[in-house]
Design a protein around this ligand. Sequence first.
Ligand SMILES: [Zn+2]
Length: 319
Amino acid sequence: MSGTTLQQILAANARYRAGRTEPLDPGGPPFLILACIDPRLTSFLEPALGLPQGRAIVIRTAGNRITAQHADVLRSVAAAVYVKGASEVFVVGHTDCAMAHFPAADVIEAFRRAGVARSAFGDGDLREWFGAFSGTRENVTAAVEFLRAAAPLPRSLKVHGLILDLTDAKLEVVVDGDKATAGAAPPDSEAVKTSEPVPAAAPQPKVRPIVITGERPVVETRADEVPAPQTLMDAILGLREVLVAERKNPQMKRRLAEFSALVRREKNPSRILAGLETVLKDVRERHPQLPGILAFLRATLESRGMEGRVTEFMRRIVD
Ligand SMILES: [Zn+2]
């Protein structure tokens, strides 16, 4: 069996849909599946994806969610990577997920009937406590982005996003981890880097056309321009590098402190980005990569369901 693990899973899925169950080679490298707790996936997920015993590690959480709120899931992912040697993760969402149409009234009724008070879930949003979400596709992408950015995990970890259709077992690729830019430097080492000095006469990069296709905005780049980032993580790391360099300038340091305060209090991500664009307007010529980064962030913000991710990452880099 040849090809990437993703290609092998897609081939096994095609065989399954044609009536033939044949798992991947059990002798290949271990990989991790993050799927939902939905009982319809039990004894269905494994043959539908061709998951081989002894090689595929399966973690199941409600709504295949992994967030900073649920540290224990990250612990299991890290154990899969460092204890079991997994080098790829497949986040597998599914159609008709109960967490996508969270029955809040029924849930409240159920725990009250069981004698559990609402206060047992804290005073925050109940949907958030349970990890409910509104879009299956966005939810898979969010898990992929979380895993790619999670500090304890290696940047070399390949993270893919898939959706399994419960009616016909068709597997859809939402994020192809083989195509993502690999090897983004860890944030810690970014902090000590400064940007390369750029001659004052450096040509100002022009505004790039932005194409939004499905999940991920694509910022087109001409050959003579600094390439635009290809992932949100790359854009954020690039931005962080610019901010670290600019904080050395006392005047910029003050303006960036004001921007940090804005990020902490402002809820509207579009206003946060507008604030960032204003702060960095005068330093663009020092950072030829900046227009591409800002264009990517703007495009990400405009693609459905990504607003929260941009705000969350922005908060992390200004702190
Ligand atoms: Zn589900």
